[in-house]
Design a protein around this ligand. Structure first.
Ligand code: PLZ
Length: 442
């Protein structure tokens, strides 16, 4: 790896050069575009991000679960470089090219289920979720869409409506799209009657609400993240997802898995649905698909996808040739470097360390996640009261020490860890040490 795999903090974070750039940002970019950690990046790779002041930070974020194969992964660079010299765009709907088809073939093969599938490509996770809903509505002739508490699906009008949390995603951005209904999610840590009853009770409540308030026969799609991402890395209690999928099957409802954040080896399986053997009718992917080039995909049962009339789906840039080459490079890298195994290994290192910290620190209420999608939920010690202030404190200390961590959660009280799957173990270890010190200092 050409970038030294080491943490190096040589200035305050952010340093003077980053501060200068930050001032320019503030004058040129609206404040609605927030910044988690205001260091300006010059290079990144493996497990580190380098900034304009010569600092090298340990990356526990992967650009929000995108650079699973690492930044500028060799296979991605090689393919994209070749492609950029050959041609940069034709529009696949005008004159097609092979790489688009190759990505779709790969996704049809690799996503859960051995049924006949079709895939089409778009630019972002939100666009892919919107398109999944379009296909489900068209194919079923129904309109209602059911989503879950704590869900996140994007920032466009429809996907913002599908998203659960008001602040910052929906506040003053209404009116919202019609025919969207929200039901409870099996959130084990916060289930009123305890985690052991969570799956069954949450599924029963969700199904009861759908049946009574909407009518199953009016529902086009149920859209769910197999692990809620922005909502706080909530892994639904085991049994919940299969029960909801079964209900969908019994009632002709399209079960849509939003694997935008969980996909591409992140959780220790290629897709998170595989954990409980759930086979979605449509699976939506983005983020990790192309190492950071803008690409997203909708993969679904051929008989649903092929119902839509010619010209009913598409977009100017969807499946851009550079992004498709990147995706092929990503899929090769995942297979050749066994990144599914690497994700599991990361979980095996992180979870015991974090569970030991939970024993030491009452502020850690819950440790959860799978593979390299791990989180801790901070509470007021001795209670389950969300503790977003403690999260902010810990994040500040981690950033100052050169560890890039992200937050999440409906209550803003979750620290989430999404290292690139290629992160060297010594950096993982060092990062956990910094985190532990930051929590101890509370
Ligand atoms: N579905 C499950 O996680 C994007 C959002 C960052 P786009 N999550 C990161 C932010 O604050 O905007 C996401 C997701 C799930 C859909 C999306 C949307 O994907 O590529 O950001 O549109």
């Amino acid at each position: 790896m050409s970038i030294p795999q080491e943490r190096r903090v040589v200035t305050a974070i952010p340093g003077p050069k980053s501060q200068e750039l930050l001032a320019r940002k503030q004058a040129a970019v609206p404040s609605g575009i927030g910044t988690t950690l205001p260091v300006f990046v010059t290079r990144a790779g493996g497990g580190v991000v380098q900034d304009a002041d010569g600092n090298s930070l340990i990356d526990f974020g992967s650009g929000i679960a995108v650079t699973n194969v690492g930044n500028a992964a060799p296979k991605v660079v090689e393919r994209v470089t070749r492609q950029v010299a050959d041609f940069t765009h034709t529009c696949f709907m005008v004159t097609p090219y092979e790489s688009y088809v190759a990505v779709c073939e790969k996704l049809n093969e690799l996503t859960p289920g051995d049924h006949d599938k079709r895939t089409f490509l778009v630019n972002s996770g939100a666009e892919a979720v919107e398109n999944a809903v379009k296909v489900a509505r068209h194919a079923t002739g129904r309109q209602a869409v059911v989503v879950f508490d704590h869900g996140y699906h994007g920032r466009t009008l429809l996907t913002m409506t599908l998203t659960a949390k008001n602040m910052p995603y929906k506040h003053r951005f209404g009116p919202f799209a019609p025919e969207v209904y929200r039901v409870p999610l099996a959130y084990p840590f916060r289930w009123p009657t305890g985690p052991e009853n969570c799956a069954e009770e949450a599924a029963a409540q969700a199904i009861d609400m759908i049946s009574k308030q909407v009518g199953a026969e009016n529902v086009a799609a149920v859209v769910i993240e197999p692990i809620a991402g922005e909502g706080g890395f909530i892994e639904p209690a085991k049994g919940f997802l299969p029960r909801i999928a079964e209900f969908c099957r019994d009632n002709g409802i399209v079960f849509v898995a939003d694997e935008v954040q969980t996909g591409f080896a992140r959780t220790g399986t290629l897709f998170a649905c595989e954990d409980e053997g759930v086979v979605p009718d449509i699976i939506v992917t983005a983020k990790g698909i192309a190492g950071g080039l803008p690409l997203a995909a909708v993969t679904g049962r051929a008989e649903l996808m092929d119902k839509v009339h010619v010209g009913g789906l598409g977009g100017t840039y969807g499946g851009n040739p550079l992004a498709c080459e990147a995706a092929l490079g990503v899929l090769e890298t995942i297979a050749e470097e066994d990144l599914v195994g690497r994700a599991r290994r990361i979980g095996e290192i992180m979870l015991p360390r974090l569970r030991a910290m939970k024993e030491r620190f009452g502020v850690i209420g819950d440790v959860r996640g799978r593979g390299a999608m791990i989180a801790i939920e901070l509470v007021v010690p001795g209670t389950k009261e969300p503790n977003p202030t403690a999260v902010q404190e810990v994040v500040k200390r981690c950033h100052a020490e050169g560890l890039l961590v992200l937050t999440a959660g409906t209550y803003g009280n979750v620290l989430r860890f999404l290292p690139p799957l290629v992160i060297p173990e010594h950096l993982l270890d060092e990062g956990l040490g910094i985190l532990e010190k930051a929590i101890a200092a509370l």
